[in-house]
Design a protein around this ligand. Structure first.
Ligand code: AMP
Ligand code: MG
Length: 492
């Protein structure tokens, strides 16, 4: 029996959508980690995946039966400038897998060698970025955020040359699909209307099948993407997640988070926070993320114009209307999420000042984003076991007391019991997030000392982000001043 039951649909699209490209073999593959839970959900033989054959397949040394590896082509706006041709420069799409529930997934190898879209790059990935993506994407999944996943990671036994020689690695990434806003931009820029239509049909079939028979399926596709992205960006904002490189080639039509390059969860709250070493102008700062998503979605809308309506004026009007709905959708998702974080039934106009003042105070006092909200959950009700609180890790400064009194008074207006409120707040306010200094420590141990145990432990802990255990306090503690990570790097 085949260890992976491939069923490849993107490969059925015309030749100009991709280039057949086998992964390039590596000298000495060794396993890093296998995601058993995800493998089983995809019907992949876990024993095989953990065996030497599985490791060889993830490393790209063998191509499993049924896989038809391709490098896909796309374009994208990078930091606002349009690049008419990008593509999988260090990845191949092995093929697609249909899970038991009928959901279709891409299986991609990242770091698998050069392709026609490498633009002079080596097509490889150092170990650090592979571990970073594994930790971050699996943490995001456990936090309930739509995301690409990590199926497995291996080292290659080779070195890659960056500012120094680093061990090489390959990540097996799973996504509902890798179709990006930039994929649509590629065909639009070439005025390839037939290509656009084929891609739209494919995306609708795959991600928005319920809109297949609507009056204008392309409009429904656009509206669907806008709605999913509004939800997604709200989730990022509510967790203090900064993507760092929100180029249109890094935004997926399926609404999953992709590209864990220079991303970071912030420690102390700062709305202007930027981590990415290449984001000099702060284009992708925390507070700018909703606006950038809106801008990116307008690039998608613009690309779809030729297939939205034969009448170009009508197409523009339709696209504009769809795009104009984004801010309100984002705001609604964000407000509802904030209500859950604060333990409120809902947030009305009369609550705006309460919410704004909290952000203001958090910024002013540089409060830890994650622990501030978790400490509020602690205050919502007496914990059965006092040790379960984060009070040993975080204390509200005196300046917050008036705000806390206002918040408590507001809670009294809702009928909810303290116990119920607390358990809901616990679910909305994680205690364990992949803090930058912990991610960096895991990468340093693996890269410098060949020690993967720090990485393994971190991934394990992040599997239960909402359940605090005092013995894991070190994973919930903000960095000491000397541990603060100030910059993150693209990982190319
Ligand atoms: P990213 O910054 O990961 O979104 O990548 C932007 C583009 O650069 C994509 O087309 C990648 O495939 C390509 N790229 C990034 N790193 C490499 C590399 N090491 N070799 C070849 N292409 C790369
Ligand atoms: Mg990318």
């Amino acid at each position: 029996m085949n260890p992976i039951a491939f069923d490849n649909s993107y490969k059925q699209l015309p030749q100009r959508f991709y280039t057949p490209q086998a992964p390039e073999p590596v000298p000495a593959p060794a396993p890093i980690r296998v995601n058993r839970e995800l493998a089983s959900a995809l019907g992949i033989d876990v024993q095989w995946l953990e065996s030497a054959e599985g490791t060889a397949a993830i490393a790209g040394n063998t191509v499993p039966q049924g896989a038809e590896p391709i490098a896909t082509v796309y374009a994208g706006h990078q930091f606002g400038g349009f690049n008419p041709q990008l593509g999988d420069g260090r990845a191949v799409l092995l093929g697609e897998i249909v899970a038991d529930d009928g959901q279709r997934f891409d299986l991609q190898l990242k770091g698998s060698g050069p392709t026609p879209y490498s633009r002079g790059g080596d097509g490889r990935s150092p170990l650090g970025p592979v571990l970073r993506e594994y930790i971050l994407c699996e943490a995001m999944h456990r936090l309930g955020v739509p995301t690409t996943r990590a199926l497995a990671a291996v080292t290659t036994g080779d070195v890659v040359a960056r500012d120094r020689f680093l061990p090489g690695a390959v990540l097996a990434r799973v996504a509902s699909s890798h179709i990006r806003i930039g994929t649509f931009e590629y065909y639009a820029a070439r005025k390839d209307v037939e290509g656009l239509q084929l891609l739209a049909d494919h995306a609708i079939e795959r991600h928005y099948p319920e809109t297949r028979n609507s009056e204008n399926p392309v409009l429904a596709l656009l509206e669907g993407v806008i709605s999913r992205q509004a939800q997604l960006i709200a989730q990022w904002q509510l967790l203090g997640f900064i993507h760092g490189v929100m180029n249109t080639d890094n935004m997926l039509i399926c609404g999953e988070t992709i590209d864990y390059g220079p991303c970071a969860f912030m420690d102390a709250f700062n709305p202007q926070q930027v981590y990415s070493s290449i984001d000099h102008a702060g284009r992708y700062a925390y507070r700018s993320q909703p606006g950038i998503a809106h801008w990116n979605l307008s690039c998608l809308a613009q690309s779809l114009l030729p297939i939205l309506d034969d009448d170009s004026e009508a197409a523009v009007a339709m696209a504009q209307k769809a795009i104009d709905a984004f801010p309100e959708q984002f705001l609604l998702a964000n407000t509802q999420g904030m209500a859950r974080k604060l333990g409120l039934e809902d947030i009305g106009e009369q609550d705006t000042a309460l919410v704004e003042d909290l952000w203001q105070l958090m910024a002013e006092h540089e409060l830890d984003f994650t622990l501030t909200f978790r400490a509020l959950a602690d205050l919502a009700h007496e914990r059965d076991d006092a040790a379960q609180t984060v009070s040993a890790l975080f204390e509200f400064p005196d300046a917050l007391q008036p705000w806390l009194d206002r918040w408590r008074a507001r809670l009294d207006q809702d009928a909810k019991s303290g116990e119920e409120r607390q358990s809901e707040m616990d679910r909305a306010n994680p205690v364990f997030i992949p803090r930058n200094h912990l991610v960096e420590a895991a990468i340093a141990a693996a890269t410098d000392n060949d020690d993967l145990s720090v990485f393994q432990r971190l991934v394990d802990v992040l599997e239960s982000p909402h359940h605090y255990q005092p013995e894991l306090a070190a994973f919930a503690t903000p960095p000491q001043p000397e541990q603060v990570v100030k910059q993150t790097f693209c990982g190319t």
